[in-house]
Write a protein of this length. Structure first.
Length: 446
């Protein structure tokens, strides 16, 4: 396995991100040619929070029944999107609808109303009897939402958070995304569509809406996200507003270039897969070299195109979160790992197996490369961490000695009862390869 590394100085007050040389070059170009979205003339806001979805989010039949009972009900019912509905560029509408009720509705524009208003409730009941009656059936649970506010700051029938400072933005087309996500997946909403607070949206991009949508969905932004956005457990990345505002996107684009990307996005909406040409466009405006493009594209290739081939080669297999090292060598390609297992391909795998399984290497990784560890859960063999791990250089002699140790262990079926002496010899030999003093070795092993 080839290790990429670069010299870094840590005098900057910025976050410390360890990158290999080609990643550093890509990062520098992104920052050189892009302008953070925080400096664009756009607005970035969260979706609405109902406090009790079962009351406010309704299906098609409930919507139709409310409108049949009182046609005015339609004024308050809007299509709603959830995070799981989002796809790249577009979304799957689940035919769900939101009863959109601001605080103090229908007197929400009266500046004299400061808290929950009996007068507002009376007007609501009079003007929208069908919806009032429907919500009254949920009054008990609605009243128990956020007890510090419900019935105090706002009425029991109102949404908990309705976007008071930007509610008009929901009437426009917006770029929306899920805040906890595995990938950079941005969609374009239709007018009058509301999103839940598990999502956020960009408003005000105007003539650059398609352009911004294309860049945000690109492989380059995916690369940026994985280097700059914190992971959120096993659910993906926490792509909250504060990180989206940091995404650098070129602000000034020539009109002919803007027209091109608009056409590519329109074609995508019409059913033509223009994702490759869009990615090429994005690479071009950031002035990436062929080598940099190849690096990014290689890292996003599908399992079918490259990783399946790697499964059929000799490989090391390992779990990401462990209490102690458990690297396994699959020489005869017997196994296809599941999603929680990772693989390494390359040269000298038998020697690499012994080095990575050694107590010394494990403790070096844990102390200096594992990002602080996971407490009682052990450590995380994250790919980015492993790529930064410095291993001893192996010449032909060292590789031959380690491979002979591997064969000795193999003959004994790796049984601890018969392999203890061999494993101790392996540990001692690896210590010599690291060229550590005895006091350093004692510190790392104890």
């Amino acid at each position: 396995m080839q290790q990429h590394y670069s010299e870094n100085n840590f005098n900057s007050s910025d976050n410390w991100i360890l990158l290999n040389p080609i990643e550093t070059s890509i990062k520098n170009k992104i920052e050189q040619y892009g302008t953070p979205l925080s400096e664009w003339n756009i607005q970035i806001n969260y979706g609405i929070k109902t406090g009790y979805n079962d009351a406010f989010i309704i299906d098609e039949s409930t919507k139709n029944a409310l409108i049949a009972s009182d046609p005015k009900s339609e004024e308050l019912i809007r299509p709603i999107l959830r995070g799981k509905d989002i796809k790249r560029y577009t979304y799957n509408f689940a035919n769900l609808w939101l009863i959109y009720i601001p605080w103090h509705f229908p007197l929400h524009n009266d500046p004299n109303i400061k808290g929950a208003s009996v007068k507002a409730e009376e007007e609501f009941k009079k003007q929208y009897p069908a919806i009032y009656s429907y919500l009254e059936g949920h009054k008990e649970k609605l009243s128990k939402r956020n007890k510090a506010e419900t019935g105090i700051r706002y009425e029991w029938y109102a949404l908990q958070r309705w976007g008071s400072n930007y509610s008009d933005d929901f009437f426009e087309r917006n770029i929306a995304w899920q805040r906890i996500t595995h990938e950079n997946t941005f969609c374009l909403t239709k007018e009058n569509t509301v999103i839940l607070d598990s999502m956020a949206f960009i408003n005000g991009a105007k003539e650059k809406t398609y352009y911004l949508l294309a860049v945000l969905n690109s492989n380059l932004v995916k690369f940026w996200m994985k280097k700059n956005v914190p992971e959120y457990g096993s659910t993906g990345y926490r792509f909250s507003n504060q990180f989206v505002t940091q995404i650098p996107v070129p602000l000034f684009v020539e009109e002919k270039e803007l027209a091109k990307i608009n056409d590519y996005v329109k074609e995508y909406f019409e059913g033509k897969d223009t994702s490759n040409v869009i990615n090429e466009f994005v690479f071009r405006i950031f002035k990436l070299t062929k080598e940099e493009i190849k690096y990014i594209d290689f890292r996003k290739l599908s399992i079918q195109s490259i990783i399946t081939d790697d499964f059929n080669k000799p490989k090391l297999m390992y779990s990401e979160i462990v209490q102690e090292p458990h690297f396994y060598y699959d020489d005869n390609t017997h196994f296809y790992p599941e999603a929680t297992t990772f693989i390494m391909n390359g040269d000298n795998l038998k020697s690499l197996l012994l080095i990575l399984n050694s107590k010394l290497t494990f403790n070096i990784f844990k102390l200096f490369y594992a990002g602080g560890g996971l407490g009682e859960n052990g450590i995380r063999y994250k790919k980015a961490f492993l790529l930064n791990l410095r291993l001893p250089k192996l010449d032909e002699t060292a590789n031959s000695i380690l491979e002979s140790y591997y064969e000795m262990l193999l003959v004994n079926n790796f049984q601890m009862e018969t392999c203890c002496v061999i494993l101790n010899e392996v540990e001692n030999y690896i210590s010599k390869l690291y060229n550590l003093s005895q006091s350093e070795i004692d510190y790392l092993l104890n």
